[in-house]
Design a protein around this ligand. Sequence first.
Ligand code: GLC
Length: 554
Amino acid sequence: MAIPGSASAADLDAASRWWLDGVVYQVYPRSFADSNGDGVGDLPGLIDHLDYLAGGADSLGVDAIWLSPIYPSPMLDGGYDVMDHTAVDPVFGTLADLDRLIEECHRRRIRVILDLVMNHTSNLHPWFVQSRQSRTGPFADFFLWRDPSGWDRDGRPEPPNNWLSWFGGSAWEWEPRRRQFYLHTFLSEQPDVNWRCTALRPEMWSMVRGWLDRGVDGFRLDVFNAFLKAAEMPSNPEIAAGGSIPWDSQEHRHDKDQPELHDLLAEFRRIVDSQPGTATVGELFTSGIEAAAAYWAPRHLVFDWVLLETEWTAASFRAAIAAREAAWSSRWPTIVLSNHDHSRHVSRYMHTLGRRDRATADAVAKAAATIALTLRGTPFLYYGEEIGAWDIVVPRSRAQDRAAVAMAGWWNRDGCRAPMAWSGDEKAGFTSGRPWLPIPPDAASRNVEQQRASESSVLAHYRRLLALRRGSAALRTGELAIVDVGDPDVLAYLRRAGDEVALVVVRFGLRGGEIELPPAAGPWRVVLSSHDLATPTVGSRVAVRPIEAIVLQL
Ligand code: GLC
């Protein structure tokens, strides 16, 4: 079987194929497990729960974990404002804890992916602290400094161009000491680094090598396609009928996706590729699926957001999957339904359905999981989705996502970052202290302990799916073809690798009915249903109940 990006499966031993046929689990470290009672999750807490993630009898069985940033940070943007790329913030633990995490993960055959934030730093990073002092000195050009374009009538400096911050307002901040502006695509406390500065690259690359030497298996590259801006920094074209957020009032022609980026990425990839068994995934910043596919390279995945933006209807998913297959073609996509920047998918899908009840939510969680773990691509699960977690409601007075709330107003990511519910205790087994965000209100009845004990839980369904996937080349790496089963409310697709075929059928709506199965060489057998544990052999037709997902094989 041809594996995208390599001549044949034999080229890649099992150990180095995890990026292609494994499943990645995103840990938001602040919210996963707190070991020392300060209310914030930490590395020792995560280590305590690795058996849950590994492939034992009643555990999930993921192949890799991706940790959102764990570096020293003032935490104005959840740690995506890094003060030191080479250390661990004390709130999460120490470098020794990270070494132990890597060792304990590897013992369980779990890879460790760190989040690399290389588009910007915190304004407290020593590079910026020095850079802002004066126009001379070793770090003077590490950031994007520009003279004002002019002065207004009151003698105030005017920004160099019209570029916007993603969080709202101008992307330029005045620094009186240099009498220049610096660029910040995100908060003003997150200055963008200057990748055209020849002294910067060796610093970044030595940091990357440092983590690889420590045994890290790969990286997620935060907003990588914004690393390079047009050298002359012209203003972006304005869009007359802008979108719903300020950012969408411009065409972002000059502040991201520059052609030279491909060379920069190649330089980065050479470093990562020199270490066998490693892989990376790039976080695409506000660009489309074609851009995502164009940045792809073997062992270097790229997120696109088509699935994350899909509504809970068969038509919407069919369109998204068709768009993915067209754009990615023989390259290898990722599968993302949720992450730390967006409302959790169960909450979004329940909104589409106009329902709030527990039974429907669990059915949606299982059906969505079936899609996430059987589409073509590498699945990235977001902690908590395996127990069907919803968004929590965080009152403004307790808002922690200061970046989003203060700057954007229209955005608050606290809802999807709730503490993980491990047990039905008052603090959900997450902490003994005051949790940094509220414990989910349904934690007493929706938690890992309880779902581990129930064969019909969302967690049990995830476990069965992961096991099924592990045993099926068709589901892991097979080709995908959408099939028409004669019911607009049902999504169906075939996965095929050699002689092995799997058929995935998902009903989105609340009314059941029979569908016609595609003709096949033998009888279809249900190998997994999100509604019950029976696995009947079926004829040419099968009943699909409301919000049911089934996987069939020959
Ligand atoms: C990425 C992160 C997001 C962060 C932003 C700025 O999009 O996922 O959480 O706010 O980068 O670093």
